[in-house]
Design a protein around this ligand. Sequence first.
Ligand SMILES: Nc1ncnc2c1ncn2[C@@H]1O[C@H](COP(=O)(O)OP(=O)(O)OP(=O)(O)O)[C@@H](O)[C@H]1O
Ligand SMILES: [Mg+2]
Ligand SMILES: [Zn+2]
Length: 277
Amino acid sequence: MSDVNMNLGNSSDAQNYYINDEGIPICKTCGHPLRIRQKLLGKEYLLPVMCECRRKQLEEDEKRRKEAEAREKIETLRRNSLMDEMFAESRFEKVVRTTYNVKALKIAHRYCENIDKMIETNQGMLFYGNVGTGKTLLAACIANELLDKGYKVIMTSIIKALDALGYGKDNDGYIQNINSADVLILDDFGAERKTDYAYEVVYNIIDSRYRAKKPLIITTNLPFSELTHRGDLKTDRIYDRVLEMCYPVEIPGISWRMMMAKERYEKSGKTILNGGD
Ligand SMILES: Nc1ncnc2c1ncn2[C@@H]1O[C@H](COP(=O)(O)OP(=O)(O)OP(=O)(O)O)[C@@H](O)[C@H]1O
Ligand SMILES: [Mg+2]
Ligand SMILES: [Zn+2]
């Protein structure tokens, strides 16, 4: 019979076995054999088999490896998402629900839950409303939720995109990169300066996304009436595509920034600033 000790040398629990009456090494932990007897061409061999605990350990190693791989993938997606640090921690759970945002929140939630269908049908979204109502916040929540799920999301603003593009720059490369995203989020649509150049760039970005047949999410301060108003070819051809790609959702209300500033003032500023008077 072959030397059992030698053969078990590289087992992680090499010493954790005994030889039973039939000469088979048995794992002391799980009681399963570490060898089976097998006849081959008239000769008898002891062939290695995995005991239960070894198999479980390998399974766990594999699970841990896959989890690390998934984490690494998400970190890479996050690094490449172009997202503002400020919104890195934005999550649906943290958004304060108000009568103003409840509908948009529900839609945004549903969008994420049904993301495969949304991607398949090239369905985007357009959050519009007054300044500071939480449009960027909601878009960032969608971005983070989808990044966590392992989708490639790029979230940038029209102004940043305009900065990245220009004469002598790798315009094609930039547009190709943002279009590689499963979901592209363009913040502050319409906030760019109203120059022919800016319109041309915005048109290029929107049209290339349109042709890529991939979802686009936009936030804008532009009133809906302006997006639907026709008459200026420069904007018509942009807005027309946007409205075809993006389901419009209004986030009404007043500015959170103003509310927060007021609250801050009420809490501490009031006494400090008016103190001594
Ligand atoms: N429902 C909410 N719960 C908690 N914080 C909120 C909520 N809505 C907005 N905020 C906060 O208020 C600030 C303004 O929100 P945000 O930037 O999303 O507004 P916006 O609609 O994109 O504004 P703008 O039109 O100027 O781009 C942010 O700091 C955001 O985190
Ligand atoms: Mg915003
Ligand atoms: Zn075992």
